[in-house]
Ligand binder design. Structure first.
Ligand SMILES: *Cc1c(COP(=O)(O)O)cnc(C)c1O
Length: 375
């Protein structure tokens, strides 16, 4: 089966460095260009623009920093509410808190693993009140400023449906596409549908820069603001230090961009292998009635960053038995993240009914998904 030829233990996800990574890194060290200046920053940025089709790409030191800046630039203010799935990596919610705003949890669809558009529309019809071009939560009185969607394991959300809802309620759409480089919605790369979107290049993502991230946007003003704010709000000048506001040091260093460029060159090969691995898993699990392999939604092409299956019936005990048995056998598996509304930090945040998120958490198991074995 899919993993039969792999030596144990089999990790959940391993990076793959069989391209120009070492050559580009060596070049950085020889040039002394390891930090905020160097040619790889521009090259990687341009290559990402070409790959995604986005008009502006701003490289950052990690994905969470990219999320933080994206939310600020989308106009998220203290006390605002940001609609976000409870079933997401905790960093998504933390970035909202960095803006002193409040996560407002929405449910996901058990099949796409991402925000349930129909359920969200029904919920907003009940609790949202639009005055002028601002959307208020009738229950709390606070502004609902944005919807931060996340493409779980690389499977795109139904972006067109969510764009429509956001337009109706004057809510900004932002994509957490951290896991979804190489995923397409109706033929267009994800990250092009929100006002701003971001990717992560952490070590476990589909390509890595060690640590790193990127903000993408097609909006000229937001693109320039993102670049400016990520660079301590410094006016570019050969020797002068002039800063226009309190900015951030969120830039990606040149050595990380060098690895990123080499990795991006390998991405088509990685994507092909990911698809092949998903196909192998699908075949291996096809005859098992107790589990269902997670496949890309019909409207999208997924990068299949992380493969997963669901138990036919949510069952935490069975889930944990399988997690323990696979670990015992040297096969790394993972449950879904702890649901954000179940954490101490976010337990009191506003939320809709989260039944599908709870059911998914009790039934999902992520399985080894490295495109290539290291050894
Ligand atoms: C990885 C990830 C992030 C954060 O990226 P970092 O680069 O680790 O800061 C944010 N959201 C999601 C959904 C992620 O998977």
């Amino acid at each position: 089966m899919a993993l039969a030829d792999r030596p144990r233990p089999i990790p959940l996800h391993q990076p793959h460095f069989k391209g120009n990574e070492l050559d580009y890194l060596k070049h950085c060290l020889e040039m002394g260009a390891v930090s905020s200046t160097g040619t790889y920053i521009d090259q990687f940025r341009q290559a990402l623009k070409d790959f995604t089709g986005a008009k502006h790409v701003v490289l950052t030191m990690n994905g969470t920093a990219a999320l933080h800046l994206s939310l600020l630039l989308a106009g998220v203010h203290p006390h605002d509410e940001v609609l976000v799935p409870s079933a997401t990596f905790i960093g998504t919610c933390n970035a909202i808190r960095y803006c002193q705003a409040t996560p407002h949890f929405v449910d996901i669809d058990g099949n796409s693993l991402s925000v349930d558009a129909e359920k969200l529309a029904a919920y907003l019809a009940e609790i949202a009140h639009v005055k002028g071009d601002v959307c208020y939560n009738k229950n709390t009185g606070f502004v609902i400023r944005a919807l931060l969607v996340m493409h779980t394991y690389g499977h795109p959300v139904d972006l067109a449906a969510l764009q429509k809802i956001c337009a109706k309620y004057h809510i900004q759409l932002i994509e957490d596409a951290a896991e979804a480089l190489g995923s397409y919605y109706q033929g267009q790369h994800v990250g092009r549908f929100g006002a701003l979107s971001m990717f992560s290049f952490n070590g476990n993502k589909i390509i890595t820069t060690g640590g790193g991230g990127a903000i993408v946007t097609d909006n000229d003003e937001l693109g320039e603001r993102a670049q400016h704010l990520s660079t301590t709000a410094k006016i570019p000048h050969e020797w002068n230090f002039q800063h226009t506001e309190v900015g951030f040091n969120y830039r990606m260093p040149n050595i990380n961009a060098a690895i990123g460029l080499a990795q991006l060159e390998q991405l088509p090969k990685i994507l092909a292998r990911k698809r092949q691995l998903a196909e192998q898993y699908l075949q291996a699990f096809e005859h098992l009635e107790e589990i269902e392999f997670v496949q890309e939604p019909s409207y999208a092409q997924s990068n299949y960053w992380l493969n997963a299956f669901k138990l036919a019936e949510p069952d935490v005990n069975l889930r944990d038995t399988i997690l323990a048995a696979t670990h015992e056998a040297g096969i790394a598996t993972r449950p879904l993240w702890q649901l954000a509304h179940r954490t101490e930090m976010y337990a009191d945040c506003p939320r809709m009914d989260l039944t599908q998120s709870e059911q998914l958490a009790a039934s999902l198991i992520a399985i080894p998904s490295s495109p290539f074995s290291l050894v």
